[in-house]
Design a protein around this ligand. Structure first.
Ligand code: PA5
Length: 436
């Protein structure tokens, strides 16, 4: 919880900021929950943690494929980053997860050379079923899988139930396919089969992942005083109003190293908007930036403390390790005796607390999200908390946090440059502008 004595922008005590915004936050909550029944509102992610039937299907599929040694996810953005973040944090094998999102030839070739097609499962994930990078990778892997005896067994498709190129292809070839519910957008899909299917192969405790997310749902539906995502959204809103337009997410954990990547996409693509809901030009958004503790203490923290105070720094810290490592005493190195007998986790915690305090002393705003430990339950909670925070910010800024019109033009230019049918006129325009 945010402690009441915390001080917000302009030195206003947190409790009074919260009191003055309570009605607005609760109205935002009611608005989100009312809009949820409209599939076009893309709020289906709220109900994913309750969908135990899909989870059972995912489990059954995983159990029927004991032969898999390597799982290759072909997907980009929301179709890859969530599973990558959770897989790195909690994956325990024995199946190795690989993510092909970029279309840089060398790493893809290196991966292909390292894999045995007979032991590889390819999970092609695309909500739209059309994204160029994912489709190109699929074409390559599909051809490569012809080296396996029965390539159809080596492909599982995760896509929209009716739209796109992948769905009819899966039906025609008899491929196993999982649905991404139409009401769930890419960057909010980690708890759908987009995330759960690869994570099932990575040995992640999916029941607890969803249970943690249900806890976040419970908090997000509460009144303002007990509604943590509404409260953190308010903190972001108040500091954004003060002109702090950068948000740093800095987990003190190597296992959480991909969490900021997932968050950057969630936050930036959802909240960077030119128009508000009434079509008025507003240009909203704060820029999310990734950092990892302690590594970036030796890099970005210099800037955070002494550079422009244009940031809100959000730390993620664990209260307990799952294992710890004692630092031994070594004769001849008595200069390090303050470390003798202490543990890595103690040092990690001290570094996190020290940095947060050093930033606070320099008037650089920051807050810490404390997780009791890094397990499926707490990570599930954190993911859903951050999705709710994003939705609340969308309401506070009166924008649609669930579309991404700003990425469309680049996609269309790519199609034109690659000679896709229907994009001839755009290709001509680009040539006239010297691009091509
Ligand atoms: O959040 C989003 O909607 C995007 O980042 C998508 O996830 C990304 O563009 C990939 O799209 P798709 O799943 O349709 O291939």
């Amino acid at each position: 919880n945010i402690s009441p004595e915390c001080v917000g922008p302009n030195g206003v005590a947190w409790t009074s900021s919260l009191t003055s915004y309570a009605q607005r936050l609760e109205a935002a909550r009611d608005e989100i929950l009312t809009r949820k029944s409209d599939p076009g509102a893309f709020l289906g992610w709220i109900d994913l943690p309750e969908d135990t039937e899909t989870l059972r299907q995912v489990r059954r599929y995983r159990e029927a494929q004991p032969w898999v040694e390597d799982l290759v996810v072909l997907g980009i953005g929301g179709s890859a980053l969530g599973a990558q973040a959770v897989g790195a944090a909690l994956g325990k094998g024995p199946v190795r997860l690989h993510f092909v999102d970029n279309v840089e030839p060398e790493p893809v070739l290196e991966l292909l050379r390292s894999l045995n097609p007979e032991k590889t499962l390819v999970n092609v994930i695309s909500k739209s079923g059309t994204t160029a990078e994912t489709m190109a990778a699929f074409l390559v892997f599909r051809r490569w899988l012809e080296r396996a005896e029965n390539w159809q067994q080596h492909v599982v498709v995760t896509t929209d139930p009716s739209r796109g190129i992948l769905r009819p292809y899966a039906a025609a070839e008899g491929l196993t396919a999982f649905d991404i519910p139409p009401s769930v957008g890419g960057r909010f899909s980690v708890l759908s089969p987009v995330g759960t299917l690869p994570l099932a192969f990575a040995g992640v405790d999916l029941e607890n992942l969803l249970a943690g997310a249900r806890k976040a749902n419970e908090q997000a539906r509460s009144e303002a005083a007990r509604n943590l995502p509404a409260q953190t959204a308010l903190v972001h809103h108040l500091f954004a109003q003060k002109g702090l337009n950068i948000v740093v997410l800095m987990p003190y954990s190597t296992r959480l190293r991909y969490l900021p990547d997932w968050f950057v996409q969630l936050h930036d693509e959802s909240l960077g908007k030119l128009y508000n809901r009434e079509g008025k030009e507003v240009r909203t958004g704060t820029t999310a930036v990734r950092a990892i503790g302690t590594t970036d203490q030796h890099a970005q923290v210099q800037l955070f403390r002494e550079g422009p105070h244009d940031k809100l720094v959000v730390f993620v810290r664990l209260e307990n390790p799952s294992e710890d490592l004692e630092i031994p005493a070594v004769k001849g190195l008595e200069g390090l005796d303050y470390l003798f007998g202490r543990t890595f986790f103690e040092l990690l915690t001290a570094e996190a607390k020290a940095t947060a305090h050093a930033l606070a002393k320099a008037h650089q705003p920051n807050y810490t999200l404390l997780l009791e430990r890094l397990d499926a339950y707490h990570l599930g909670w954190l993911l859903q908390h951050l999705m709710w925070q994003t939705a609340y910010l969308g309401e506070l800024w009166n924008i649609n946090a669930f579309d991404q019109p700003g990425v469309e033009l680049g996609k269309e230019y790519t199609y034109a440059l690659m000679g896709r049918k229907g994009y001839e006129k755009l290709a001509e325009e680009l040539r006239a502008e010297g691009v091509g």
